[in-house]
Design a protein around this ligand. Structure first.
Ligand SMILES: [Zn+2]
Length: 154
C-alpha cells in the first residue's frame, strides 16, 4: 500500500538516503541489513556491523507487520512547522521476525487515544517523489492492523 500523503508536514525533513540506507528508504519493503559474516540483522542501517564489526552486508526483507513497543505523543510544537500538526505520535515498532530490531516511525491513522503498547500495526509506504536531493523516497510508516484493539496501557 502506498500513499502520497505525509503524516508530518510536507516541509519536514526526510531521512538522508545513503548507500547503506537506500534499500530501506526507497524499496517499498522493510529491507534490513544482515551481516554477511555473523548474520546479525540490524537497524537503522550503518556502515559497520554492531555485532562483529564487519563491513559486508546483504539485505533481508521483513514481513510488513509490527507491534508498538513504545510511543510518545508530542503536544508541544517545538518547531513552527508543527503548529498545525500537534498532537502527533512517534512510535518504536518491533518486528515479530527480528527480535533485536526497533524501527521508529508514526502510526499515521491513530489518534492519541488510539495509541497503546502492544498495538498491532502494518507497514505502509508514503511515496515522496524527491527528498530534496532528487531521490525518490518510499517512507515506511505504520497503520493500525484491521481488527487490532488496544491491548493495554502503562
Ligand atoms: Zn556481523
Amino acid at each position: 500500500m502506498a500513499s502520497s500523503d505525509r503524516y508530518m508536514p510536507q516541509e519536514w525533513a526526510l531521512p538522508e538516503v545513503t548507500d547503506v540506507s537506500r534499500a530501506f528508504f526507497t524499496s517499498g519493503e522493510l529491507r534490513l541489513q544482515r551481516c554477511r559474516q555473523c548474520e546479525a540483522v540490524q537497524h537503522p542501517p550503518l556502515d559497520v556491523c554492531h555485532t562483529c564489526r564487519s563491513f559486508e552486508f546483504d539485505y533481508v526483507t521483513a514481513e510488513p507487520k509490527g507491534i508498538v513497543d513504545s510511543f510518545t505523543i508530542v503536544h508541544h510544537p517545538f518547531n513552527g512547522l508543527l503548529d498545525e500538526r500537534v498532537p502527533f505520535n512517534i512510535a518504536v515498532i518491533t518486528l515479530p521476525d527480528h527480535a533485536d530490531v526497533r524501527i521508529v516511525g508514526n502510526v499515521i491513522d491513530a489518534e492519541p487515544d488510539d495509541m497503546a503498547i502492544g498495538l498491532a500495526v502494518d507497514a505502509v509506504w508514503v511515496d515522496i517523489p524527491d527528498n530534496g536531493d532528487g531521490v525518490a523516497v518510499k517512507l515506511p510508516q505504520w497503520r493500525r492492523r484491521a481488527g487490532s484493539a488496544q491491548t493495554g496501557r502503562l
